[in-house]
Design a protein around this ligand. Structure first.
Ligand code: F0G
Length: 444
C-alpha cells in the first residue's frame, strides 16, 4: 500500500503539438485557454524499474486494501496526478476478465480472439475506469456538483461515483435515445436527470456553457482525468497477458475518449519500459455515425467534418462530432492502426455471435467483432493475429435491442429491417408434457 502522499510532478498540458502550454494539475480545464486545444495530464520523467513495478502490480492483487483492489488504482504509479490518495472514490472498478471466444473468432475470420470485457465493471461499462479518477479529482478540488452529457453509460457511471463520493450528480441525456437500462441506473443512483430534446453533440455544447456559468465540474471524456483512468484498461490487459503485447487492440469509437486513453496508456507503458512495442489500434464506428472513419478514409487531412444527424441503434456511439478526434488520430497513427465502419446488420449479427460464446455485450461493443470480420476479409488483420477486442458494455444494458433482434422486430434508423440471422425465438408451449416432449423430439 502506498503512502497517503506522493510527490511525482504532474501538470496539465495542451495536447496541441504547436502549443504544449502547461498548467497546474489543480486547474479546472477541458481546453487550452491559449489555443483551444485538448488538455491532457503530463508527468515528470519516469524512472522506476519496470520489473519491480510489474511485481508490485501483481502483489497488489492479493491485497485487501481498497486502492489495490481497484483494477485502476492498482496501477497508480502510471497516472500519479493525486497528491493524496484519501481523495480516491473507488467501487473496485476494473478487474475485468480476458475471455476466449472461439465461435466469435471463427465468425471474425480469426484463429483466436480474446475479449477484454469491460461490462464486468461495477456499473457495467468501461466508464467506471475513468470515472473513479474523475470523481477523485472532483473531490480533491473540493467540487460539490458534477455533470455530464451522455449516451447512457457515462451517466450511469457518474451517478454511481458521485453518490459514493457524496457529490451531487447532474445528468443530461438525449431524450428518447438512450437505452432504458442506462436511464434506470442514473435514477437509482439518485442523479438529477434532465432529458434534453437534442442530440449528444448539441447537448455537450449546452452543458459546457452551463458548467462554466454554474461552476459545475464536467466529467465527460474531455476531462483529462477520465482519460487517465481509462488508460488502466490497457495496463490491466497487459498485466493479464503477462506483459505480452497483442498485435491488435480493437475498440468501438464514439466520442473517441477511449481511443485516446488506450493510445496514451500504451505509449506511456512503452516509455516506462513495461513493454517494448505497441499493439495496433483498430477503431470501429457505426456507419451512420462515422465521422472519424470518413476523415481517416479521406487521408486524415484538413478540416474534420462532423456528421450533423448521427444515427445508429448502437446508441452508445451515436455521436457525430467526437470531441477527442485529434487525440484519437494521433494514437491511431502512432500505433500504425486503422479505422473501419460497420452496418447496423453487421453489428447485430456480430453481437449475437458474441452471445453464442456465453459472453454477450451491448450493441456498441459488438462493432468490434463486426469490424474484425471486415478487416480480416480485406487482409488488414491476419487470420493468425493475436487480437484483443474490448467489449465496452454489459449485455443487460440494452435488453430491448436483443429481444427485438431475436424476434425479427429490430429496425435500423430509416425503417430498414434487421434480419435475425442468428435469431433465437422463445417458444410458447401448452402445459402438457407429451406435447413439449414431442416438440423437443425427446425420445421417451
Ligand atoms: N461503447 C460504449 C458501451 C459506450 O458507452 C461508449 C461511449 C463507447 C463505446 C464509445 O467510447 O466515446 O470513448 O469513443 N459512451 C459515452 C457515454 C459517449 O456517454 O456513455 P468513446
Amino acid at each position: 500500500m502506498a503512502s497517503a502522499t506522493q510527490t511525482a510532478a504532474a501538470e496539465l498540458v495542451c495536447f496541441n503539438e504547436g502549443c504544449r502550454a502547461r498548467y497546474a494539475i489543480t486547474e479546472v480545464l477541458y481546453n487550452c485557454p491559449q489555443c483551444g486545444g485538448l488538455i491532457e495530464a503530463g508527468y515528470a520523467r519516469f524512472d522506476a524499474d519496470p520489473d519491480m513495478l510489474k511485481s508490485r502490480f501483481r502483489d497488489r492483487r492479493t491485497s485487501n486494501a481498497p486502492l489495490d483492489q481497484s483494477g485502476v488504482w492498482r496501477y497508480r504509479e502510471l497516472f500519479p496526478f493525486l497528491d493524496d490518495y484519501r481523495h480516491v472514490v473507488t467501487l473496485r472498478e476494473g478487474n475485468t476478465p480476458l475471455l476466449d471466444g472461439p465461435i466469435a473468432a471463427k465468425y471474425g475470420g480469426l484463429e483466436r480472439i480474446t475479449f477484454k470485457h469491460q461490462g464486468f465493471n461495477p456499473t457495467g461499462s468501461f466508464k467506471d475506469n475513468g470515472m473513479t479518477c474523475g470523481a477523485s479529482q472532483a473531490r480533491r478540488l473540493g467540487m460539490k456538483r458534477v455533470a455530464c452529457v451522455s449516451t447512457g453509460n457515462t451517466s450511469a457511471s457518474m451517478a454511481a461515483y458521485a453518490a459514493a463520493a457524496g457529490l451531487e450528480a447532474l445528468i443530461f441525456l438525449p431524450h428518447g435515445n438512450i437505452s432504458f437500462g442506462k436511464l434506470a441506473q442514473a435514477l437509482e443512483y439518485g442523479a438529477k436527470t434532465l432529458q434534453v430534446e437534442a442530440n449528444f453533440d448539441q447537448i455537450l455544447a449546452l452543458v459546457r456553457v452551463l458548467a462554466e456559468r454554474l461552476g459545475i465540474y464536467l466529467l465527460n471524456s474531455m476531462n483529462p482525468f477520465r482519460i487517465e483512468g481509462q488508460k488502466a484498461i490497457m495496463f490491466e490487459m497487459l498485466d493479464q497477458l503477462d506483459w505480452r503485447v497483442p498485435d491488435w487492440v480493437v475498440l468501438p469509437g464514439g466520442n473517441l475518449g477511449n481511443t485516446s486513453a488506450f493510445g496514451k496508456g500504451l505509449r506511456e507503458a512503452k516509455a516506462a519500459g513495461l513493454i517494448d512495442k505497441l499493439p495496433r489500434l483498430a477503431v470501429i464506428q457505426a456507419e451512420g455515425s462515422a465521422p472519424f472513419y470518413d476523415y481517416w478514409a479521406a487521408g486524415a487531412r484538413g478540416a474534420f467534418h462532423p456528421v450533423t444527424k448521427p444515427e445508429t441503434l448502437a446508441t452508445a456511439i451515436r455521436i457525430g462530432d467526437p470531441v477527442s478526434w485529434p487525440k484519437a488520430l494521433h494514437e491511431v497513427r502512432t500505433s500504425n492502426g486503422t479505422v473501419e465502419k460497420v452496418s447496423e446488420q453487421e453489428i447485430a449479427d456480430a453481437k449475437a455471435q458474441i452471445g453464442l460464446c456465453g459472453i454477450g455485450c451491448e450493441p456498441a461493443s459488438a462493432a468490434t467483432l463486426a469490424g474484425i470480420r471486415k478487416l480480416t476479409a480485406s487482409g488488414v488483420i491476419d487470420r493468425g493475429a493475436d487480437v484483443v477486442a474490448v467489449l465496452t458494455g454489459n449485455l443487460l444494458k440494452d435488453p430491448d435491442y436483443i429481444y427485438r433482434y431475436h424476434t425479427g422486430q429490430l429496425e435500423a434508423p430509416g425503417g430498414v429491417k434487421i434480419q435475425p440471422t442468428f435469431g433465437n425465438k422463445a417458444l410458447v408451449v401448452p402445459n402438457d408434457p407429451d406435447k413439449i416432449a414431442k416438440l423437443l423430439a425427446v425420445a421417451d
